[in-house]
Design a protein around this ligand. Sequence first.
Ligand code: ADP
Ligand code: MG
Ligand code: ZN
Length: 470
Amino acid sequence: MQDYDIVIGLEVHAELKTKSKVFCSCKNQFGSLPNTNCCPVCVGLPGALPILNKKAVELVIKAGLTIDSEINDLAVFERKNYFYPDLAKAYQISQLVRPICIGGHIDLKESRVRINRIHLEEDAGKLVHSTQAIGTLIDYNRGGVPLMELVTEPDISSADEAVEFLTKLRQRYIFADVAECKMEQGGMRCDVNISVKPKGSNVLGERTEMKNLNSFKSVHRAITYEANRQIEILKNGGKITQETRKWDDNHGKSISMRKKETSQDYRYFPDPDLLAVEISREEVETIRKSLPMMPEQLKERYIKDYGLSEYEADIITKDRDIVKYYNKAITLYKNPKIVANWLLTDILSKIKDEQDSQIKISPEDLAKILTLLGQAKISRTVAKDIFAKVWEEGADVDELAKTMGGSVDNESLKNIIKNIVENNQKAVDDYHTSDTPEKVFRWFVGQVMKETKGKANAQTAEKIIKELLK
Ligand code: ADP
Ligand code: MG
Ligand code: ZN
C-alpha cells in the first residue's frame, strides 16, 4: 500500500425535506403504498408539464451556504437523456452548466475537501425485484422527489477520510434542516470515484466509479476493496479501465458493470418546459440569516461560553436532537456544566445501553430535578432515584420529590450525625490516627446516608461531619 496514493471524489445524493415533489404537487413521502403519490408529471407521461417547487431551490441554497458555496444568480434546468424503466419519460431533469451552488469546502481533521457544486434534480422511481414469479415491479412514488447532488473535487485520500467527510456533510444537512439523510431509506446515497497513482505523483490515475452506496460502512469497505484491486492490477503491470462498477456488499467485492459514460453521452440540453431561475442576492442573504449554527460553531460556543470540555462539547454537537435537548434544558436550569454532566453520564450512557435512541425524560423534568438538587431540597441519591423513576415509569417529579425528598432539614441532620459520632467512638479515634482519614470520613458519610435513606444533602452532611470530628 505504501507505494500508491489513493484519490477519491464523491457524488452525494440527498433527498430534500419538502412536502411535495420538485416538479409537481404530489406528496414527497416515504413508505406510502406503491404508486399512490403519482401524477402524469412525475410518472413521465408525454406532454405533462413540470412546475418548479420553490422550496426545493431554497433548500439547495441553504445546503450550499453550510459549506460556503457561491450561489449562482441564474440556475438552469437541463434534460439528461437516458432510458431506464424507473424513469419513464427517458430523461431526468437535472442541472449541468448552471447549477444552484458552485464551489465550497468542508474541513476535515487533516485536510480540506473542496466542493465542486451542488445541483438540483429529480429522483427516479424504484424497481422492486420480486422474489415471486411475477418479476420486477415499479413504484413511481419516488419519481420526482427533489434530490440534491453534491460533487466533490478529488481531494479525499482514504476510506476513513471519505467517511469523515460524509459524516460532516450529513450533520450539516440535518442541522440546516434541508434533508433527513435517512440512509436506510435511501435518503442519502453516495457514488464513489476512485483511482490510485504512484506516491507523490501529480498525474491522476484512471478512475472507476461505484454507484449508490447507502451506508458509511459499505462506502468504507468498497473503497478499501477497490483501492486494493487497482493497486494489485498496477503492480502486476496491468491497466485500469475507466468503468462503472457495482459494489456487492454481501460478497464484499466490486464487479464491472459498464464502460463509464461521459456527460456527452447524455445529450444534455436546457429543458424548454422550465424557465431559468433567477436567484436574487437579497434572497440568498435572507436564507443565510435563517441558518442555525453548525456543529463546529456550536462546539466552540459550548467550550468558550459554557465551559464544557472539548469531549463534552463534541458529544453533544454530534446530534441535532441532543443539541435541541441541551439548549432547552439550559434555558430551564442555568448551569450548562451540570446539565452537560447529567446529559452525558446519565442520559446518553443510558441510551447507549438501551439500544433505543429515545430520551425518556423531558428537559423540563431534568431541569426540575436539578433545581431541587441545587436548592438542596433533595440529595444526590434521591435525585438519581427520581431520575430513574421518571425514565422508567414516566413518574411525576413533583410528586416524587414530596414523598422521597426534602424531609431531612439541617437541624435533624445535625442530630442524626451527632448520634452517629457519639455511638462510634472507635471510628472517631481511627479518623484522628489513621493514615487514611478520608476513608473513615467516607464511612461516616455512608452511615448518614443509611440512616437518612439517602435523603440527606451530601454537601451539608459532609460539612457537619467535618465540624463534629474536629
Ligand atoms: P462524471 O462522473 O459526471 O463524469 P466528473 O468528472 O465531474 O463526473 O467527476 C465525478 C467525480 O469523480 C468527482 O467527485 C471528481 O472529483 C471525481 N474524480 C474525477 N477524476 C478522478 C480521478 N482520477 N480519481 C478519483 N476521482 C476522480
Ligand atoms: Mg459520476
Ligand atoms: Zn406528481
